[in-house]
Design a protein around this ligand. Sequence first.
Ligand code: SF4
Length: 488
Amino acid sequence: MFPNDLPGFDGDTLHEECGVFGILAPGEDVARVTYFALYALQHRGQESAGIATYDEGSIHVHHGMGLVAQAFSEPELSQLTGSMAVGHTRYSTSGSVRANNCGPILTQSDLGSIVVAHNGNLTNAVALREELESHGEVFESSTDSEVLARVIARAPGVTIVDRIRNAMARMIGAFSLAILAEGRVFAVRDPYGVRPLCLGTLHGHKVVASETAALMTIGATFDREVEAGEIVELREGDVVSHGATPASHEALCLFEMIYFARPDSQIRGLRLHEARQRMGRELYREHPIEADVVVGLPDSATPATIGYAKESGIPYAEALIKNRYIGRTFIQPDQKLRERGVSLKFNVIPEVVAGKRVVLVDDTIVRGTTSRPIVNLLRDAGAKEIHMRVHAPPIVWPCYLGVDFARREELIAARLSVQEIGEEIGADSIAYLSLDGLFRAIGSNGAGFCTGCLTGSYPVPAFTSLDKLALEVRSKNGSRATKVGIAK
Ligand code: SF4
């Protein structure tokens, strides 16, 4: 158990679902560029990180557990030579946290090695894996990403592009991919475009990344988003689209706009910091309240908190201070600390809230386990009233597309009414932004987004991989190296 599960800790956030990056840049230190791009995508996965490079026919791979900075040392990075690379930061939405589940996934085919960095979740991974196993395929991990890589490797087709295309027709779910194969780099997005993926240019070289923030970090310019269902090949100084086979409608995860993607990223032409401020403004218009101060849960709710304050005219203040340097620790607080409701992640500045009517803005309430301790912290610091405002509608259905809340009974809004949630967390009042208000904030009529966890209406037709450990019992203890390995 991680301390994220402890009371008073930040354990009730949605967890992102991996970050991917790819680059083709002869003459550049592609591993180092990838490292810093992954650094910028750290928020999308903190359990492990990996980079694979291609160097004149050889593939070099390094995976490591933990944060990007923990997964790589200078000597390891310098062994990752080559002219192209793909990288991955992982949060486990499929498979447990262990070394042989790290991405990117390396597999073999008659076309040579194929390396896949995957963001998303295949909902038919179990069926696909069973089919491959019935043909003698032996899996090394318990991830849907390995299933995906092997489906590509075994797909019919003379060229790697044919195989990717044919594999895409068989895979159901969310997948934004950076692929290294045949000495070429590809960017691939599922037909619904559930997860973001964008193309950029770095000193004339082409790159692909989960988010534009990673492009900014490495000094690349943003070119365009990969289209839903599109296969793009990075070439020297250019990209070639091998065509797009989109679904009947796009279904970008709405929570990328609300929470997952960094506020400095841009999706569909919207800077997310600005979009989230507008969510805060809409939230006030829908649910005004008389109060003395507006505070937000750092950092993800900060833009919407600013928006709520601007729209209401109520002063914005920082009251909750987050320990930003916290990493995962296996040391548990003892019972005494637990009883005192120890908060490892947040402290309150009492002077900001004492004797005041406080609006507390948050982006989501998933299980409800964090909200009560936060309300208690504010109350203990002297807040007179606490009015919770959430800049997204209640999450009442699970996600099957790469976000880690697969069971409906875990969701507080599936069990309780809004008023009951307010009572449960101890707030004086509570209100959520409506779906219409959310769409107004992002200038959308609602088309082109997945709203599955809010409405129960999902873009993909079949769900067979509900459990993130569904493939666990099937995996053998693989021997994939976590140190630098070389494969042809
Ligand atoms: S179900 Fe919710 S979290 Fe999952 S992809 Fe759809 S909008 Fe995103």
